[in-house]
Design a protein around this ligand. Structure first.
Ligand SMILES: Nc1ncnc2c1ncn2[C@@H]1O[C@H](COP(=O)(O)OP(=O)(O)OP(=O)(O)O)[C@@H](O)[C@H]1O
Ligand SMILES: [Mg+2]
Length: 232
């Protein structure tokens, strides 16, 4: 079996008396593509933020690429995150007035690469998502689907082994959504591990693995069911 990229062991997150996530056990192995699906408020973003080391859990152990997050200093954690994880957020997170090429090149600010190399890689990433003709467009000149593709280009420009996407198609019409999903499938085909949060049952069912979450608890994991079937 391939090594785990993400391993959640008994992970919980509480906000005051709200249990956003409770006793989550989840292993994501290198090269997998999976959907995390569940109703609004069920804990999906909480789980993704914990997987992405953007939030620390209130209980349990999180391992990323074999490293227990708890054992790392903030500095080591930032380095691990920069090297390992690309994020695509639901709300694009693109700064106004910044051309696409610069927005994507900024994704490499902490890579140690010189500016010329950062821009060259950014251009290649934008071409990869079909935005070659939009290198110098600013967010207000781009459609929602194009903005989401800039966000994906920025997430993958450093070629991270793990891509975490929170509702990447949530704000898009079905055609732009399909383009974005195709792109995520291509990245998966090229070896990236892809975790996608979605409300969309059709998208969730179209992915190789589906994890359903409700009231902060994982209530279904198609991979676990497969393993039980093999063991029987
Ligand atoms: N920073 C916070 N402070 C307090 N409560 C929070 C915070 N973040 C999330 N919550 C609560 O935790 C629960 C899970 O939230 P989360 O954002 O993970 O849901 P979600 O499944 O991503 O929902 P959606 O589909 O609407 O994005 C919710 O009840 C939410 O109100
Ligand atoms: Mg959410």
């Amino acid at each position: 079996m391939r090594p785990p990229v993400v391993d959640l062991d008994g992970v919980a997150k509480t906000y005051g008396d709200v249990a956003a996530l409770a006793d989550a056990h989840l292993t994501v192995r290198r090269g997998e593509m999976l959907a995390i699906v569940g109703p609004s408020g069920s804990g999906k973003s909480t789980m993704l933020n914990i997987m992405g080391t953007l939030a620390r859990p209130t209980a349990g152990t999180v391992r990323i690429d074999g490293h227990a997050v708890d054992d790392l200093s903030d500095r080591e954690l930032s380095a691990l995150r920069a090297r390992t994880i690309g994020f695509v957020f639901q709300s694009f997170h693109l700064a106004g007035g910044v051309p696409a090429l610069d927005a994507v090149a900024d994704g490499l600010l902490y890579s140690g690469l010189p500016r010329g190399d950062r821009r060259r890689l950014a251009e290649a990433a934008l071409r990869r998502v079909g935005l070659g003709p939009r290198l110098y467009s600013e967010p207000h000149q781009l459609s929602g689907g194009e903005k989401q593709r800039v966000a994906i280009a920025r997430a993958v420009v450093g070629d991270p082994p793990l891509l975490l996407a929170d509702e990447p198609t949530g704000a898009l019409d079905s055609r732009s959504g399909a383009v974005v999903m195709e792109l995520l499938h291509e990245l998966h085909g090229a070896g990236t591990t892809v975790v996608v949060i979605t409300h969309d049952r059709d998208i969730a069912e179209s992915l190789p693995r589906e994890v359903r979450i409700k009231d902060g608890r994982i209530e279904h994991d198609s991979a676990a069911l497969r393993q039980e079937a093999v063991a029987r």
